[in-house]
Design a binder for this molecule. Structure first.
Ligand code: GFB
Length: 333
């Protein structure tokens, strides 16, 4: 199947987030009309407002990239927000899109929907085959509900809605807050600050042994747009790079990218989370898609973003460079 985006009105819900912004960059190269609504204009937690917006804007296609997201610590300490906000955002957007007659909808889930001890690499069929990882079960349950909602509208009403499950994503636009971020931005920042402070060591949470798969956000956006155009089916699709790495190996690579030569120490008082999370990407590969960015290059690109966005004005300039398709340049710190 091929869904031609020419002349289509595409609504990216969450266009200012890391993934939403990458989707905007990718979709700007397509002959479609992009529809967005910032938080100042539309509160996605407000059911009536979302409904009115959807009926006024009348998009042909919707990508649900809006979500409350965060790393292991944010997920474990704010389970109520992760469950409530994600359930409400996705039900508001998916249901109103259905009501407004949207032709195609892609819902973004997460690889944490799978059981903690799912066989690796994790196939889409592993969904609901075992207990979830407790540090992010509320987020996972919300994402499973969104996936099921898309399946239900498809099964019951023939809506062309489907879900994609991206692995751990990173890249420009990421959150570098040390308490709430995912591992890559946190470790880039820690290594950078250790280098500037001439520290003899830098600390990573947990044992360093968990394995994670990482995908650059521009590759993820490319895969999502590829599937929007080429995939239609009742099954969700994993999006990943197909390779994983231990957190300790990741930190060694990050230290090389940043130029920090001190020791890496572990902090067992922090949680490890799920021991391994590598997606089986054969369903995605069968559609002819593959990632382009190596982990090393992606880390260098993300570090460049971090260096260039220390202030609000620098962030805006870096965003403009990205939107214009210009590379981010590493500057000496
Ligand atoms: O990226 P992360 O926070 O999320 O952590 P998850 C991945 C691994 O990196 C864990 C370790 O084993 C962490 O203990 N880690 C080491 C660190 N140092 C750090 C650090 O300084 N900061 C952080 N954040 N981690 C999330 C879920 O799980 O993955 C979400 O909580 C979502 O729901 C997301 O699914 C993709 O991979 O463990």
């Amino acid at each position: 199947m091929f869904y031609d985006l020419s002349g289509k009105r595409v609504f990216v819900a969450g266009h200012r987030g890391m993934v939403g912004a990458a989707l905007m960059r990718r979709l700007r190269r397509k002959p479609c009309e992009l529809i967005t609504a910032g938080r100042d204009r539309l509160d996605l937690l407000d059911q009536a407002a979302v409904r009115s917006f959807m009926f006024e804007a009348r998009p042909d296609a919707v990508i649900v990239a809006a979500a409350r997201v965060g790393g292991i610590q944010a997920n474990s300490t704010l389970p109520a927000e992760f469950l409530y906000e994600n359930l409400v955002i996705e039900t508001n957007v998916i249901h109103s899109a259905f009501r407004a007659g949207v032709e195609r909808l892609v819902f973004l889930g997460s690889s944490c929907i799978y059981p903690k001890f799912a066989p690796q690499p994790i196939r889409e069929e592993a969904l609901l085959s075992g207990p979830l990882e407790p540090t992010n079960d509320c987020y996972a349950i919300a994402k499973i509900a969104g996936l099921k909602l898309c399946e239900a509208y498809r099964a019951q009403y023939g809506a062309d809605f489907f879900s994609v499950m991206p692995t751990n994503l990173y890249g420009p636009g990421d959150n570098f807050h040390l308490e709430t971020s995912h591992v890559i931005p946190a470790l880039l920042r820690k290594a950078h600050e250790a280098k500037l402070g001439r520290a003899s060591e830098v600390s990573i949470w947990g044992s360093g042994t968990p394995r994670r798969e990482f995908l650059h956000v521009d590759d993820a956006a490319d895969a999502i747009v590829h599937l929007l155009e080429r995939y239609s089916g009742g099954h969700h699709v994993n999006i990943g790079s197909g390779e994983d790495i231990t957190i300790l190996e990741l930190m060694k690579l990050i230290c090389r990218v940043v130029g920090f030569e001190g020791k890496i120490v572990t902090d067992p008082s922090k949680p490890d989370g799920t021991p391994r999370k590598l997606l089986d990407v054969s369903r995605l590969s069968a559609t002819g898609w593959k990632p382009r960015t190596s982990l090393h290059d992606g880390l260098a690109d993300t570090y460049a973003w971090f260096l260039q966005t220390a202030s609000g004005e620098q962030r805006r300039q870096a965003e403009r460079r990205l939107m214009a398709g210009l590379p981010l340049k590493l500057r000496p710190s």
